[in-house]
Design a protein around this ligand. Structure first.
Ligand SMILES: Nc1ncnc2c1ncn2[C@@H]1O[C@H](COP(=O)(O)OP(=O)(O)O)[C@@H](O)[C@H]1O
Ligand SMILES: [Mg+2]
Length: 460
């Protein structure tokens, strides 16, 4: 077309320069070799049309015009080749950006996404076509840990920013990222675009959180064990003076029965009793002081989970005594309020009592069942049931008195302490017979009401 026009026109215009368009189109779609061929072809056609239809009045001017056309075609071919080279380098670099799994994208100063790599597609789930042109922070529902204005001020001042952000995927799942922003300026130094690369640290965050949770669980468990250990050592310390009191009392009685009664010896026995009695008292008040130093922690916790933990802590005892434990935990029981450690101690006391009540049982299975249920909207209930010796109907209330025990090694403090802990939380603890054998120890806990009141009681 251009060739015909060039050949047909008699005007002195350089129609041949229209070949430039052909070369640019070739550069857009063809390989460099073909572009060179097209360039040479255009030069040849220009010369050919000069030969076929020379100007009516050839002059130096028309010759110069012709030369300018040819030089222009040559220059444009060279420039087009160079541009093609640059584009292909850029494309290769962009492909390299696609190789990384980290999301990389760029956006203009209005936040519109200009580039979106495969890593970004993979992490966030938005395809390039959806992302390009969208406003980045809207698309990713970014939550800024540091306010955006602060980030922008810093970015404009230092040309870079690094920090933590929370983005959301297509399905709304949050992703925590370490984000690096770099500000690109145009030739005039005006901010032009922001390049953002993100590293997904959600998994690391999750691990950190669970580590922290594990640490606090461990601390709590430690407290449970310390309290348990303390109970054992108190038993030992209190038992000694009490045993001495009993021995002295026996001796005193014997001296009284003597003929004549040896009153001086009786006095000695009574003095020893007084001394040992106050020693036992001192131990108890020392322990009280110790316990008071651990401030109660009123928090909401999962009752069923705490039951599971208490069973796990007594697992060795259960096994050693051939007791099968079953949990019947109601999913209707939500969170309860109170000091988890103290209430776990109650659970452990009841479980250990249950185990001990079954040591003499040989003609039936030794079963320990822990049941949780919702007693009413504001109250949760826990039952520890055993198939042990059961309760003496006339003496059920005596079980809860301090120092009441029927065991050779017992201290008789477990139920007394358990009842005061439960009552301090606004609940109650009672014992009823189990059918057909054994006992049920049942206590309640508030799920929300009274929580404040019990917190006050516990603190006082
Ligand atoms: N599950 C149970 N079945 C039968 N009797 C129990 C049960 N739990 C506790 N008792 C009775 O209550 C008493 C007091 O228990 P406790 O206060 O825990 O002290 P200890 O266990 O040191 O004896 C026990 O000695 C026992 O006679
Ligand atoms: Mg006990």
């Amino acid at each position: 077309m251009i060739f015909i026009l060039d050949t047909a026109t008699v005007l002195d215009i350089a129609v041949a320069t229209l070949y430039v368009v052909v070369i640019l189109i070739a550069a857009r779609f063809c390989k460099p070799r073909s572009v060179v061929l097209v360039g040479l072809g255009c030069v040849a056609l220009t010369i050919l049309s000069w030969v076929l239809a020379p100007p009516a009045r050839p002059s130096a001017e028309t010759l110069i015009n012709e030369c300018i056309s040819i030089v222009t075609i040559g220059l444009v071919t060279a420039l087009a080749l160079h541009a093609q080279q640059t584009v292909s380098t850029l494309r290769n670099q962009a492909n390299l950006l696609d190789l990384t799994h980290d999301p990389i994208f760029s956006r203009d100063m209005d936040g519109k996404i200009l580039y979106w790599n495969r890593g970004a597609e993979e992490l966030y789930g938005f395809k390039g076509a959806e992302a390009l042109g969208a406003v980045a922070h809207t698309l990713l529902q970014t939550t800024f840990v540091t306010p955006l204005e602060q980030i922008m001020t810093r970015l404009l001042r230092e040309d870079r920013w690094e920090g933590e952000l929370v983005n959301r995927k297509t399905d709304g799942t949050p992703v925590v990222v370490t984000s690096r922003w770099s500000l690109q300026r145009d030739n005039a130094g005006k901010p032009a675009l922001i390049l953002e690369t993100n590293i997904d640290i959600s998994e690391r965050k999750r691990l950190e959180d669970s580590l922290q949770q594990a640490q606090s669980d461990l601390a709590r468990l430690n407290r449970v064990l310390v309290v348990g250990e303390m109970t054992a050592s108190i038993a030992h310390e209190v038992n000694q003076p009490i045993a001495a009191v009993v021995t002295s009392a026996h001796a005193g009685l014997r001296w009284l029965d003597a003929q004549p009664p040896a009153l001086e010896e009786v006095r000695h026995a009574l003095t020893r009793i007084e001394k040992d009695g106050s020693r036992a008292g001192e131990v108890v008040s020392r322990v009280r002081g110790l316990v008071k130093k651990v401030p109660p922690r009123i928090e909401r916790w999962d009752l069923n989970e705490a039951v599971g933990e208490a069973v796990a802590l007594t697992r060795a005892e259960l096994l050693r005594n051939g007791v099968v434990s079953r949990n019947a935990l109601s999913s209707d029981v939500s969170l309860v309020m109170g000091d988890r450690v103290q209430l776990q101690q109650v659970l452990i006391n009841l479980i250990v009592n249950g185990i001990e009540a079954m040591t003499g049982v040989h003609d039936r299975p030794r079963e320990l069942t822990i049941r949780t249920a919702r007693a009413d909207p504001d109250t949760a209930m826990v039952e520890v049931c055993d198939t042990g010796t059961g309760l003496d109907p006339g003496h059920v209330d005596r079980l809860f008195q301090s120092f009441y025990t029927t065991k050779a090694e017992g201290m008789g403090m477990g139920l007394a302490i358990s009842r005061s802990i439960v009552e301090a939380h606004g609940g109650w603890l009672e014992a009823v017979p189990n059918e057909p054998h054994g006992a049920v120890f049942r206590f309640t806990l508030p799920t929300r009401e009274n929580a404040q009141a019990s917190a006050e009681v516990l603190r006082s």
